[in-house]
Design a protein around this ligand. Structure first.
Ligand code: URP
Ligand code: ZN
Ligand code: ZN
Ligand code: ZN
Length: 510
């Protein structure tokens, strides 16, 4: 049963023995291997007032300090999940995990910050921001926001500026899929990219050709394929490759950096690799599910099993996941998200007669750190320092909050995990902390276990026990003009000077 609370999510002093400490204390982490993206060292870490005070060998302290023994273990920055959907109203329902349960799950899995997607309300960014600020009031973990752009006019353009300059948003997501709902066209994409560039905000895309997906869905329904496999068959990798290529080319045309979310296929990876080779600033984000799973389970005869794997872009045929791992290990892809968007089996059953009505999304916020460790580090594909980079540091850098986040350095926020490489985990809906009754990684075992999570200087996860306080999570403002924008102005100037002076033409007599 659930170690957090059998009756779902509880907090504070509760029947299941979860206690909530309200003030951050002083903590000394002794004897571990401290890992940053830039290197590792044997050192102690001293924490106070929610901040890392010192990182060096043999720290001696006199005052009241909680001492944690990390001998034989790795002390690393808490994970930052760049891609989540908590309390997301989508496809006629709302995700089961909200800003408390989703974050509690995250903390139990070693993630100490996430960036969620604000969805505008009737096209209003301001109303969307207010709605999400309200949803996030119960937060027990630090969080930031991206914002989706779902329509275009002068008001939206002005609101984007307000979001960046006053609300701490430095990234906007454009959906090239979900026709009739969130999808936008190329004209809007270009307008949006131009606006992002002028504000120093990062343009993000969900890259699938929405018009073709719509056509593919009709094709499947006409063929009588109404089950979950119809979802996968209606939106093949080539539609992801096409949209990825189009978004990359349009971002290149505007000369603004681009972030491709949930890269799921070889087709998309190849487009990103090609663009990066030419020097274009394109970031590719695989998600935990894309690395760990393939899409074969949507053919499972049991609807509940099949439907839990339905997400967009779909989990692909076996082989794509291996290619995504390789791309991550060679730097073609840079950081791992989850797209945590959890629906329970009752919600998934909205599409029992029609795959088009199955709410799209899989879990992962609690599992990501363990999966990436097991799949990428334990297998020998990446180093421990690269692990820190792809699960934490790169996200902090891209969204311009490094080294406050993403580092074990004096002055950084005390968001820290202790990972025991010799321990192991087994994933199950029985023991996870999400509110969902299913888990796409059900039964999966892996080496490496996050034994302690410290968030904002508090020990929130220890001995398989969560101690989380609603309202203790801070909203982290993300400043514009991160390092991806360095030199963009110079490239623009070079482009302009490369254009020939206007050609002089004379009217010729007829
Ligand atoms: O299926 C998915 N990915 N659901 C979440 C929404 C999105 O497209 O990111
Ligand atoms: Zn309990
Ligand atoms: Zn998406
Ligand atoms: Zn998403």
């Amino acid at each position: 049963s659930n170690q957090f609370c059998d009756a779902g999510i509880g907090y504070g002093e509760s029947a299941c023995g979860v206690s909530a400490s309200t003030s951050p204390s002083k903590i000394l982490i002794k004897g571990g291997t401290v890992v940053n993206a830039h290197g590792e060292e044997k050192a102690d870490v001293y924490v106070g007032n929610g901040i890392i005070i010192a990182v060096k060998p043999n720290i001696k302290v006199n005052d009241e300090v909680t001492v944690l023994d990390a001998t034989g273990k790795f002390v690393m920055p808490g994970g930052i999940d760049p891609h989540t959907h908590l309390a997301f109203e989508f496809m006629n329902t709302e995700t089961v995990d909200d800003f408390f349960s989703g974050q509690a799950a995250a903390l139990a899995g070693g993630t100490t910050m996430h960036i969620d997607f604000v969805i505008p309300v009737n096209g209003s960014l301001t109303a969307g921001f207010e709605a999400y600020a309200k949803k996030a009031k119960k937060s027990c973990m630090d969080h930031g926001f991206h914002m989706a752009i779902t329509k275009w006019d002068e008001v939206v353009a002005k609101e984007m500026e307000i979001m960046v300059k006053e609300k701490g948003i430095n990234s906007f997501k454009f959906f090239m899929a979900y026709k009739g709902a969130l999808m936008i066209n190329d004209e809007l994409l270009l307008e949006g990219f131009k606006k992002c560039k002028s504000l120093g905000a990062l343009a993000m895309v969900h890259a699938e050709n929405g018009d073709a997906v719509y056509e593919g869905q009709k094709r499947m329904i006409e063929l009588g394929i109404t089950g979950p496999e119809g979802h996968t068959l209606s939106r093949p990798p080539l539609l992801e490759g096409e949209a990825t290529a189009r978004a990359i080319r349009l971002a290149g045309f505007v000369n603004t950096p681009l972030y491709v979310v949930h890269v799921m296929s070889i087709d998309a990876v190849e487009e990103i690799a090609r663009a990066r080779k030419t020097g274009q600033r394109v970031i590719g984000e695989p998600i935990a599910a894309g690395l760990a799973l393939d899409g074969s389970r949507v053919w499972d005869p049991d609807f509940v099993t099949a439907a839990k794997y339905v997400m967009s872009p779909p989990l692909r045929a076996s082989g794509h996941n291996k290619a995504l791992q390789a791309a991550l290990s060679t730097g073609v892809l840079q950081l791992v998200g989850t797209d945590h968007c959890s629906f329970n089996s009752t919600q998934k059953a909205l599409g029992i007669d029609d795959f088009r009505k199955i709410p799209n999304g899989v879990n992962g916020i609690e599992e990501r750190m363990h999966l990436v460790w097991d799949i990428m580090v334990e297998s020998g594909q990446i180093s421990v320092t690269d692990y820190v980079r792809v699960t934490s540091t790169e996200c902090a850098r891209i969204f311009n909050i490094y080294p406050r986040k993403g580092a074990i350095l004096p002055g950084s926020d005390a968001d820290i995990i202790i990972l025991n490489p010799n321990s192991s985990v087994e994933i199950s809906a029985e023991s996870h902390h999400s509110r969902s009754d299913t888990n796409v990684y059900e039964g999966r075992k892996g080496k490496g276990k996050v034994e302690v999570t410290i968030a904002g200087g508090r020990i929130v996860w220890e001995n398989d026990e969560l101690k989380v306080v609603p309202g203790s999570g801070k909203y982290v403002e993300l400043p514009p003009f991160g390092s991806l924008f360095n030199g963009i102005d110079k490239l623009d100037a070079m482009y302009l000077s490369s254009l020939q002076a206007p050609v002089k033409r004379f009217k010729s007599a007829a």
